[in-house]
Write a protein that binds this ligand. Structure first.
Ligand code: GBH
Length: 485
């Protein structure tokens, strides 16, 4: 007879073996009456949400005192964004936020991750606070409160006030980091009575490397390596100073974290040697950003490989950068597979086979194991106690059918597989507390303009009509049943 092991006992054994901290206690698969489906249930209290960002959804770029950000300038520069698209109107959420909160409500989410536009709140980057912007976010927060949806606010999702680019060269100067801390203080004072969860910055590499090295994103500069490393340093410094500002000025109990697109290292094979290699790679590859934030230092391997181009910094700056966080958010999209190797670093990142599957964006390779390894690495390497997947989702070649529907079965495939791996993390006791789907609706996809759709609601950009895709129905079902399969 086949030996049966209860789910709970299996989980406990695994937890002990892997050093996991806490275990949820799902019903035993083998218990009488239990179905295979019980195995896949997420615990009560797991936070389900959707995410968006200001410049991608709000539109209304010249309304109520908002001043341009570097993305307005960049998008209006010919040749920078696909089809000459820009965020002037975007998904018009600035005007349609009530309707968008209803979309969230009908999904049954407990949380909404949105970003606050710095160029609305402090139009010139420093100094005068724009009361009309405060009033807008208060209206949004009122609406969320009425729908019993918890706000998770990001302070910076790439929309740097143009004035700071003009005055300081943007992230090339530590003055921008200081300006960010002053903005964080304003946000803390004005919003922490209703917002309990704040993210400082979203995805360092996208507004440093992509903005100042490749120039593919705003402000579209191409600096030599020393300049780029200094920009990176000012970005992590901005995060650290903002953490301190939030701690100093926000209501007690405020939870402060970050949303970071760390390179997610997946062991190609789950054996101890490859797992060790992936852990090593995870620290090394993320050295300028996540590792610096979680360890308060730059790894020697990063500094020595940068050599004379290494960033210049002080000890006081490093201790600000390493300010303790209440939680860490990871934006999880694509995998980086790692193998153990007889090399100085102990690992290699093998070339990606040309047959590797991807979604509609050329960079969006599929590797659902990231939803397991992101939380496990954070807990195992850095002992992070509260972890969120702050973005996960995909572009799909959505087609509107004659009857006005979008059957995005490929997006459902992408989501389901990531959620099954997220569930594995939770079941083993890794402290993954919640999941935010990117995105609530189609929006301005940065350099790809409106050509790449990530929403689970289709947006007809001529009429601004929102149409739930099949994936919205899927996500509603996931949340209702707390089960991804
Ligand atoms: C996130 O970025 C953003 O937070 C969000 O605003 C965005 O809409 C969403 O994901 C979907 O893109 O050099 O060609 O390999 C995703 C971050 C985008 C970072 C692609 C790496 C690599 C481009 N990634 N990028 S490429």
């Amino acid at each position: 007879m086949k030996k049966q092991i209860s789910r709970r006992r299996f989980g406990r054994a695994l937890g002990t073996a892997m050093g996991a901290t806490a275990l949820c206690s799902p019903p035993a698969v083998s218990a009488p009456g239990a179905t295979a489906a019980d195995y896949y249930r997420f615990p009560d209290g797991f936070v389900w949400g959707c995410a968006t960002a200001a410049y991608q959804v709000e539109g209304a770029v010249a309304e109520d005192g908002r001043r341009p950000s570097i993305w307005d300038t960049f998008a209006h520069t010919p040749g920078k964004v696909q089809n000459g698209d820009n965020g002037d109107v975007a998904s018009d959420s600035y005007h349609r936020y009530k309707q968008d909160v209803q979309l969230l409500k009908s999904l049954g989410v407990q949380a909404y991750r949105f970003s606050i536009a710095w160029p609305r709140v402090i139009p010139e980057g420093t100094g005068r606070v724009n009361e009309k912007a405060i009033a807008y976010y208060e209206r949004l927060l009122d609406e969320l409160a009425a729908a019993r949806i918890e706000p998770y606010a990001t302070l910076f999702h790439w929309d740097l006030p143009q004035a700071l680019e003009d005055r300081f060269g943007g992230w090339q100067s530590p003055d921008t980091s200081k300006a960010f801390a002053a903005y964080a203080e304003v946000v803390a004072k004005r919003f922490s009575d209703r917002v309990r969860y704040f993210f400082t910055t979203n995805e360092f590499s996208c507004f440093t490397d992509d903005g100042y090295a490749t120039g593919e994103k705003a402000p579209g500069k191409r600096l030599p390596p020393a300049g780029v490393n200094q920009v990176r340093h000012h970005a992590v410094l901005a995060h650290g100073l903002a953490v301190q500002a939030l701690r100093a000025s926000a209501r007690a109990g405020t939870q402060v974290g970050i949303a970071e697109n760390a390179t997610l290292c997946v062991p190609a094979i789950e054996s101890p040697e490859h797992v060790r290699a992936a852990q090593k790679a995870m620290r090394d590859i993320n050295a300028p950003f996540l590792t610096a934030v979680l360890e308060g230092k730059y790894l020697d391997s990063y500094l020595s490989s940068a050599g004379r181009d290494a960033p210049r910094y002080t000890a006081a700056e490093m201790s600000a950068i390493g300010s303790p966080l209440d939680f860490v958010g990871i934006n999880a999209y694509a995998p980086t597979y790692i193998c153990a190797a007889d090399s100085p670093s102990g690992y290699i990142q093998p070339a990606r086979p040309s047959s590797a599957p991807r979604m509609a964006s050329s960079w969006l390779y599929i590797g659902p194991e990231i939803a397991y390894w992101a939380p496990r690495h954070l807990a195992e390497i850095w002992k992070v106690k509260d972890i969120y997947i702050t973005e996960n989702g995909c572009s799909s070649d959505d087609q509107l059918t004659a009857d006005g529907k979008i059957y995005d079965t490929d997006r459902i495939m992408y989501l389901r597989n990531h959620l099954v791996h997220a569930h594995r993390a939770v079941a083993e006791g890794w402290p993954l507390r919640g999941y935010f789907l990117w995105s609530l609706m189609d929006n301005f996809e940065w350099s790809d303009g409106y050509g790449k759709r990530f929403g689970i609601h289709y947006v007809d950009f001529r009429t601004q009509r929102r149409i739930p895709k099949l994936s919205a129905a899927y996500y509603r079902e996931v949340i209702a049943r707390r089960m991804a399969v």
